[in-house]
Design a protein around this ligand. Structure first.
Ligand code: NAP
Length: 209
C-alpha cells in the first residue's frame, strides 16, 4: 500500500517506518510543517500528539484517505462521523501491542472475580497525555472504575500493571513494552484489514483479532 505516516520522525514513527517498508508498503513520511497532500494514497497512519492528530486525520479523510491512528489522548468520535459520511474507515487503537491487548482481556476476566483493583501505568516522561489510553480502555473493560496511577520517567517505554486485591491474596497482571517496534505488527494488521472494516470508527486491536 501507499501509506502516509504522520509523525514519521517521532519515537514510534521512526521504529515503524522500516517495518512498514520491509513489509512492502511505500511510506510517505509527514512531519510538522510538511504539506499534508496525500490524495490518492491508500491509507494514513498517525503517531503524533493529541493536539496534532485530529487535524491530520481530518485532512486525510477530506482527501478521501482512510486512517489508522495510534495517537492517544483525543476523542476520535466526531471524525468517525466524518469518515462514515465519506464512506471511509477510521481505525483507532489505544495500544497496538498484542501483549497489551491480552493484558486488558485478562484484567477484565480477573475483575469479574476480584472486584478490588487499581491500575498503575508507566511511560516515558515525553508522553503528553495521562492517564494513558490503554489504562482508560482497561478500566472501561473492567467496569467498576478502578483508580489509575500514572508514572512518567525517563528510561521507560510503556508498561502497565493491574493489581487486584482479595482476602489474603493479590493478583498482578503486568505488560512491558521494551521496544517501540512492539507496535509494528498491530499497525501492519490494521493496514491489512482496513478495507474489510465497516465504514466510520472502529476502536481497538481486539476488533481485528
Ligand atoms: P513523539 O516521539 O513525541 O513523536 C511524535 C512525532 O509527531 C514527533 O516527531 C512530532 O514532531 C510529530 N508531530 C507533531 N505534530 C505533528 C503534525 N501536526 N504533523 C506531523 N507530525 C507531527 O511521540 P511517540 O512516542 O512517537 O508517540 C506518538 C503518539 O503515539 C503519542 O500520542 C503516544 O501516546 C502514542 N502511542 C500509541 C501507541 C499505541 O499502541 N496506540 C504506542 C506508543 C505511542 P516534533 O518532534 O517536531 O514535535
Amino acid at each position: 500500500m501507499r501509506v502516509a505516516l504522520f509523525g514519521a520522525d517521532g519515537k514510534v514513527g521512526a521504529a515503524l517506518r522500516p517495518v512498514l517498508e520491509g513489509a512492502g508498503h511505500e511510506v510517505h513520511g509527514i512531519e510538522i510543517g510538511d504539506p499534508a497532500e496525500i490524495a490518492g494514497l491508500d491509507a494514513a497512519v498517525d503517531f503524533t500528539t493529541p493536539d496534532a492528530a485530529p487535524g491530520n486525520v481530518r485532512a486525510a479523510l477530506e482527501q478521501g484517505v482512510s486512517c489508522v491512528v495510534g495517537t492517544t489522548g483525543w476523542d476520535p468520535a466526531p471524525l468517525g462521523t466524518l469518515a462514515e459520511e465519506r464512506g471511509l474507515r477510521l481505525f483507532v487503537a489505544p495500544n497496538f501491542a498484542i501483549g497489551a491487548v491480552l493484558m486488558m482481556r485478562f484484567a477484565a476476566e480477573a475483575a469479574r472475580w476480584m472486584p478490588h483493583a487499581e491500575i498503575v501505568e508507566l511511560h516515558a516522561d515525553t508522553k503528553k497525555d495521562a492517564p494513558s489510553g490503554t489504562a482508560k480502555a482497561t478500566a472501561a473493560l473492567m467496569g467498576g472504575d478502578p483508580p489509575i496511577h500514572s508514572v512518567r520517567l525517563p528510561g521507560l517505554v510503556a508498561h502497565q500493571e493491574v493489581i487486584l486485591g482479595g482476602q489474603g491474596q493479590t493478583l498482578t497482571i503486568r505488560h512491558d513494552t521494551t521496544a517501540r517496534d512492539a507496535f509494528a505488527p498491530g499497525v501492519l494488521l490494521a493496514l491489512e484489514k482496513l478495507g474489510e472494516l465497516p465504514t466510520g470508527l472502529t476502536v481497538g486491536l481486539e476488533a481485528l483479532l
